[in-house]
Write a protein that binds this ligand. Structure first.
Ligand SMILES: [Cu+2]
Length: 100
């Protein structure tokens, strides 16, 4: 492999990424995201008028601020593991972040 290409690949493997999760019609999309430790997930509310939150029941109910339409909230994940979450006000809305 040419040296420059090798450099680009090793750089991108190490770079921290931000992955978007869209909230629309009472759904998190994608419902499951797989990231690496050090990456960030950003939830973006694309509803017309409904606000949501992101709540992690396994972490003493750690919850985002209420996310209003066209607002976002993000969390950086440093530890490998599975992080199930749901919406605070709408219990049926669920998602999971898998940190590898
Ligand atoms: Cu909700």
């Amino acid at each position: 492999m040419p040296a420059l290409l090798a450099l680009v690949f090793s750089w991108s493997a190490a770079a921290e990424q931000t992955v978007d999760v869209t909230i629309r019609e009472y759904r998190f999309s994608p419902q499951e995201v797989r990231i690496k430790a050090g990456d960030t997930v950003k939830w973006i509310n694309r509803e017309k008028r409904t606000s949501h939150s992101v709540l992690f029941p396994a972490e003493n109910g750690l919850e985002s601020e209420r996310i209003f339409p066209d607002e976002s909230w993000q969390r950086k994940f440093m530890q490998a593991g599975s992080y199930s979450y749901r919406c605070g006000p709408h219990e049926e809305m669920k998602g999971i972040v898998v940190v590898e």
